[in-house]
Design a protein around this ligand. Structure first.
Ligand code: GLP
Length: 237
């Protein structure tokens, strides 16, 4: 694991953006795994600004998003699809047909997840961006998830529902989600995990010092040979 310590959220966002801009310039047809939540928002702003300054070109990039609430419609302002459109995809020159998303409105989640796995197997993720939940989840791989898990429908824990509900407008948060599995994530060639703020301290401690355990799914990332942890002072403790 490579640990990059940064002072604060602003440095975190810039530092991850710098890594990615270099990766894109080395491989313009990079396959990127994107995450949502509050943590990557500053990083997406930096990416948009790099694009505007012509430092990053997204025209050949393929993207796979990690997860989506279930059930939810794409157009719902609370969906991760809407989040990605709003914060990144509508602001850079990524080609719409190269954006891959789990469909939170599918009638057949099992089929949807299997098809997503097949797509990823055919087009492996070069760089997976990750955040971490307060309870140590990555994507929506909640505590109890197996290291062998693949893309699937998952029940969200009450702790995640409590933490994420504050982002929901107009209706209640669904209590299920579709998510890449731990094994799916570990098959990415490189993983960049971002963490900021006191609330993430315990999860980061389990990643750095703890045992590998399904109680803290983030700890499974220790198994990856090319993990970069970018963490600010508050999250490092
Ligand atoms: C959500 C997402 C995760 C994200 C996590 C942390 O549950 N499914 O992918 O990493 O929350 O979010 P935040 O960055 O808002 O703390």
């Amino acid at each position: 694991m490579k640990l990059i310590k940064v002072k604060n959220y602003e440095e975190l966002s810039k530092s991850v953006c710098d890594i990615l801009v270099k990766d894109i310039s080395k491989k313009p047809n990079l396959v990127l795994g994107f995450a949502t939540g509050e943590t990557p928002l500053g990083f997406y702003k930096e990416l948009v600004s790099a694009y505007k300054k012509k430092k990053a070109d997204f025209s050949k990039i393929t993207s796979f998003n990690l997860d989506e609430y279930y059930p939810i419609k794409k157009k719902d302002q609370n969906s991760y699809h809407d989040y990605m459109m709003k914060h990144l995809f509508s602001k850079v020159n990524i080609s719409k047909d190269k954006i891959n998303f789990l469909d939170g409105d599918t009638k057949n989640p099992e089929k949807e997840c299997l098809e997503y796995e097949i797509k990823i197997a055919k087009c492996p993720v070069d760089v997976q961006i990750l955040g971490v939940g307060v309870n140590g989840h990555v994507g929506f791989d909640e505590p109890g998830s197996s290291i062998n898990s693949r893309t699937r429908l998952i029940n969200l824990t009450s702790s995640t529902i409590k933490v994420n509900s504050k982002h929901f407008k107009n209706h209640k948060m669904p209590n299920q989600a579709l998510t890449m599995g731990i094994d799916t994530i570990l098959r990415s060639k490189k993983i960049i995990l971002m963490a900021s703020g006191n609330a993430k301290r315990e999860a980061i401690r389990h990643l750095i010092d703890g045992k590998i355990s399904s109680k803290w799914p983030v700890s499974f990332l220790k198994k990856h040979r090319n993990l970069i942890l970018v963490v600010d002072e508050k999250a490092l403790g």
